[in-house]
Write a protein that binds this ligand. Structure first.
Ligand SMILES: [Zn+2]
Length: 76
């Protein structure tokens, strides 16, 4: 069973329009690290070099990613 962590990524300025620069969530296998191309929970594919990894949400979070991310178990 792989150890997955969720990282927050956002396209760099100029790669996409400002309205597309939402903070996406990406599952990453910590054993492998961040691959060349990652798939967000909402299905967007992001190539390395076109996005930045964020420590915390900045700007607008991607609602689809929030909906599709696995629940951590606690709560409802
Ligand atoms: Zn997303």
């Amino acid at each position: 069973m792989a150890d997955l962590v969720t990282v927050i990524v956002r396209f760099l300025p100029g790669v996409v329009g400002e309205t597309w620069r939402t903070s996406h969530l990406v599952p990453v296998d910590i054993e492998v690290g961040i691959p060349e191309t990652v798939s967000t929970y909402c299905g967007v594919r992001i190539a390395r070099g076109t996005a930045e990894v964020l420590e915390a949400y900045a700007g607008m979070p991607c609602e689809l990613c929030l909906l599709k991310q696995p629940r951590s178990g606690a709560g409802a």
